[in-house]
Design a protein around this ligand. Sequence first.
Ligand code: BDR
Ligand code: CA
Length: 312
Amino acid sequence: VKKVLLFGDIGIDDTVALIYARLNQEIEIVGLVADYGNVSREDAVSNIYYVMRLFNFPQGIPVILGAEVPLTGEQPTYYPEIHGERGLGPIIPNDDHELKIENFFEIVNIIERYKNDELTIVNIGRLTSLATMFILYKELMKHVKEFYIMGGAFWVPGNVTTVAEANFHGDPFAVNIVLTYAKNVTIIPLNATQKAIVTPGMVDYIDSFGQTKILKPLMEYYTRFYQERDPSLLGSPMHDALTLMAIMEPDMFIYESYPVTVVDKLEGPARGQSIAETRPYESINNGEKKHRIAFDIQYEKFFHHFLTIMTG
Ligand code: BDR
Ligand code: CA
């Protein structure tokens, strides 16, 4: 069983990933870090508890309040048109529960607790919290066995700009820190996740087993957004669930290794601006470090595995 500390910005496909993790006996979630991204970190906390209650997650899994803004301090953009008003599509979780929230240091406790136990960290949101762990606890982070990161678009169109994918675009500075300091990094970019399409027919089949309750309304909301944007799509991409699959299903993926660099150059102060002198931001990842990148998946393996796990 893989012990997983999950950093997520709990929107719809993050939620499907949580349901997948709950139904997959080979994955044990040992902590959840709620980050800004698709939704605010407060909604991410609320959605985590909504799913944990609905799917009877084991008691006592720490829910940690993660980053509220990127390292630059900018106010994030949320995406209700994709993930819904609160990140659960049409579902509005009631707020009358007292939610037990741990502070950021709980992440240190979790890594200490599992340091001889091969902890896996999976990041399915922006990388701000994970980068902060490297900034504050670089040595401790060496006890983490492996990192799986959903993000990036390598020589394929992005989904927030022509080149940028949402998780990497949300905090490019954080991406560079993680890619520079983390070891055993597997990146699951849009190249792979855009092929992990779940169709309405697949959702109906899974729904007919009656174990995944909110999957259908979530996927109808999420798929409507994708199909309105591209009517040729037969369904919608399971970016985050696919990333969790990479932990235990290596032969579903086609990997190549490259040195990955995210370069985000700050322009110098514009004429007449009174801001302090800035300096060009050089990529600290000097291209030495190679990371494993999934450039493709074997769709039939994804199809079969997703249906098998989700129908319990
Ligand atoms: C990533 O951004 C979010 O929209 C999804 O949850 C996924 O983690 C895809 O670019
Ligand atoms: Ca996500």
